[in-house]
Structures are given as structure tokens and as C-alpha cells.
Design a protein around this ligand. Sequence first.
Ligand SMILES: [Zn+2]
Length: 168
Amino acid sequence: MELRPGSTQVFINQIVRKMASEKLTEHFTLEEMTRTKSKADNTPSAEQVKNLKRLCWWLEMLRGRWNRKYGDGDDPIVVNSGYRSAEVNREVGGVANSNHLTGCAVDIRVTGMDQMIRYANILLDISDENNELFDELLMEHKDGKMWLHFAVRPTGNRRKINILKTTN
Ligand SMILES: [Zn+2]
């Protein structure tokens, strides 16, 4: 069968949209874990998607505990930035060896210092209780904005905890 010009692209777009809306876990989609304002390609490899899924496991736990203890019961955990291709990472001024490049990091949106500390506390509890290490738990801020950078690698997790004034 020969496809008319244009129809191949329509088909490809449908596949891309279907993949993007794919749920990695109950509350998190590939689309939100790869979202960027950049026009550059930001498609993760299978390995990187696996890393994003691992992060989503933590995010689900965070979501559940936040809502049981502090939230309204169904508050979302909002991801500002997850996976970043090399080009996207350069554009946003991320560090060269960023965990975002491998799909091992997320920047989690927070409403303020209260929520940032509580999120961090919950993530530490999850780590302790499940005997699971993380790589970075960084409370980052820049120009009055703040977010929680959280990273988990497949191996070699360093459990770095810090408050950082950052470029991104
Ligand atoms: Zn980050």
C-alpha cells in the first residue's frame, strides 16, 4: 500500500501522541516527564524511559503521603522538568553531567518553603522505610523561585542532600 504524501506524517504524529500520553505509573505520563518549552527533540530512549519510571515510583509514594497527611486528598505532584536531551539541557543551562540527561532526575514544583521541606521530608522517609537510595535531593532556588530537584540512578546513588542557589 502506498501512502499519500502527508498521511505518513499524520500517522507518525498519532503514534507520537499516543506514546506521550502513555502512563508511566498511575498518575504520571511520559508527556509530563519529557515536557519542555524548547523546540529541540526531547525523545528519551527505552533505557531513559526506564529511569523515568523508577522516578515515578517515588513520585507516586510522595503523592500518596502528601495527600494523606497535608493535601486535599488528590493534590497532584507537578513536574517542572524531567528528562532533557543534551540540546534541551544546553538551552536551559543545565549542568553538563546533569541527572536530567539520563531521565534520572525531576524538578518538582513547590508552592513555597513549607511544601519544599515537607516534600523533602517525605522523600527521606520513603528512602529509609524502603531501604532505597536516591542520588540527589536538592532544594534549589533562583530569583525567588524554588523547586525540589530529586534524582535516582539505577546504581551508584550518592544520597546528596543540599540547599543550592542555582542557575537552573
Ligand atoms: Zn533539576
